[in-house]
Design a protein around this ligand. Structure first.
Ligand SMILES: Cc1cc2nc3c(=O)[nH]c(=O)nc-3n(C[C@H](O)[C@H](O)[C@H](O)COP(=O)(O)OP(=O)(O)OC[C@H]3O[C@@H](n4cnc5c(N)ncnc54)[C@H](O)[C@@H]3O)c2cc1C
Length: 396
């Protein structure tokens, strides 16, 4: 940031920017915005423990390193160097079994798999090192566009104002609805069951996806013989299986993983996440920007959600670097520039995941044929495979 404004000089602002939401994207955004030199208040009320893991593709890992959010990925996560896709649909037209290797694209890894808790702890350490970033463990109860500045009423009743508001408050974002962003949301009857498994045979650096008609069953390497499971299926099926505890789950896991990994034990309790898609018409206006799941959500296939959220943060930081904060309408300009800059990536990624998810579930023969032909083409054509991975990895 070239010219730093004094937040309390000509207005009654409490900070230059207020970031709302203490998830991974909110924390990354608070740090990235503070690193541009602005005075930042981060509102991060305590929430439920996030026991998911995130596969982050190499561009996201590079961003985390360049933004000083992490140092070496090997200190925190597990390398993803191969992806194996097994068509277990039993359909008339099936896809070939396909193995994608990172080294074929000249890469050491497609990405890294991190426990969200470990990333959160690492980001909090970084946030605490920044003198211009103040964290408050309070949530937002109300948002309003006041005459001069947007104003937040906090859960304790106090009020805060800032020219720039960053909504990182997740799928049910209060900032999104109260600021009047137009959003489209669709719920699915499918959900995702997530837990950690101990396998008898090591999975190495390979992510294995079994594609079943009701949704994929994916094992992601989590070090030694451990794997993170993401199983997508009908919500009621998953709830029933979870309610039956390990006794019910283990035989299902053995069968769905086609007994490839020997006896399996449950390493963590299972959690079920409802699935939906959410998109916004634009990601910023009037000094308010949306990042992460406040702006976009989709089913966890192809590891896209947090990767896209980190690209939001990278673009927000890039827009802030080019802005002269001496201009009284700088925050309004930032929100407009951010919205323009994010539009293509949000549309492309949302469309890609939606199409992939629907093709996995489609019962119609033409859709099955197209998916199968697509995987054959990817299997046989190295150039196409490299292009597909560039798209999936979010290489820009
Ligand atoms: C099963 C599953 C597996 C996934 N795996 C991957 C993966 O492998 N790779 C990948 O890239 N993505 C993955 N994702 C997606 C990824 O987890 C999300 O995109 C990411 O966690 C979203 O982070 P966020 O900070 O935007 O939202 P959240 O983590 O939902 O954080 C929102 C925060 O806002 C806070 N908040 C809410 N309301 C308020 C308020 N009024 N005031 C203040 N704070 C508020 C909440 O307490 C919360 O802390 C997966 C998702 C699921 C469901």
């Amino acid at each position: 940031m070239s010219d730093l404004p004094n937040p309390s000089a000509s207005t009654s602002a409490d900070a230059d920017a207020i970031v709302v939401g203490g998830g991974l994207v909110g924390l990354a955004a608070a740090i990235a915005v503070a690193k541009t030199g602005l005075q930042v208040i981060h509102l991060a009320p305590p929430g439920p423990v996030d026991n998911r893991t995130s596969a982050l593709m190499m561009p996201s890992v590079e961003f985390l390193r360049s933004a000083g959010l992490i140092e070496q990925p090997e200190a925190l996560g597990h390398r993803l160097s191969e992806i194996r896709i097994i068509d277990a649909t039993g359909r008339l037209i099936r896809a070939p079994e396909t193995l994608f290797e990172a080294r074929e694209s000249g890469l050491e890894a497609f990405g890294w798999n991190f426990a969200n808790q470990r990333l959160l702890a690492q980001f909090r350490t970084r946030a605490a090192e920044l003198p211009n970033l103040e964290t408050r463990r309070l949530g937002v109860a109300e948002f309003a566009f006041e005459a001069i500045l947007p104003e937040l009423t906090l859960t304790g009743g106090s009020r805060l104002r800032a020219p720039l508001i960053v909504g990182a408050d997740g799928k049910k974002s209060l900032i999104r609805s109260a600021a009047g962003f137009r959003a489209r949301e669709n719920g699915f009857t499918q959900a995702a069951l997530v837990c950690d498994l101990e396998l008898t045979r090591p999975i190495g650096g390979m992510s294995v996806e079994f594609h079943y008609p009701q949704g994929p069953f994916t094992l992601v390497p989590a070090g030694d013989n451990r794997a993170n499971l993401v199983w997508i299926d009908d919500r009621e099926v998953l709830r029933g299986a979870k309610a039956g505890g390990a006794e019910r789950l283990i035989p299902i896991f053995q069968a769905k993983s086609q007994h490839l990994f020997g006896p399996i034990t449950l390493a963590t309790p299972a959690h079920v996440f409802p699935l939906s898609t959410l998109s916004v018409e634009r990601a910023g206006f009037r000094g308010v920007v949306l990042v992460g799941e406040a702006a976009h959500a989709f089913p966890p296939i192809g590891a896209q959600g947090l990767n896209l959220g980190l690209r939001d943060v990278a673009d927000l930081a890039a827009v802030l670097k080019g802005v002269a904060t001496t201009n009284p309408s700088w925050a309004e300009e930032v929100s407009k520039a951010y919205s323009d800059r994010r539009a293509a990536d949000l549309a492309r990624t949302g469309g890609m995941v939606d199409a992939l998810f629907r093709s996995l579930l489609a019962d119609m023969l033409p859709a099955q044929a197209m998916r199968s032909a697509g995987l054959w083409a990817l299997k046989l054509l190295p150039g196409l495979r490299r292009q597909a991975f560039s798209l999936g990895m979010g290489i820009r």
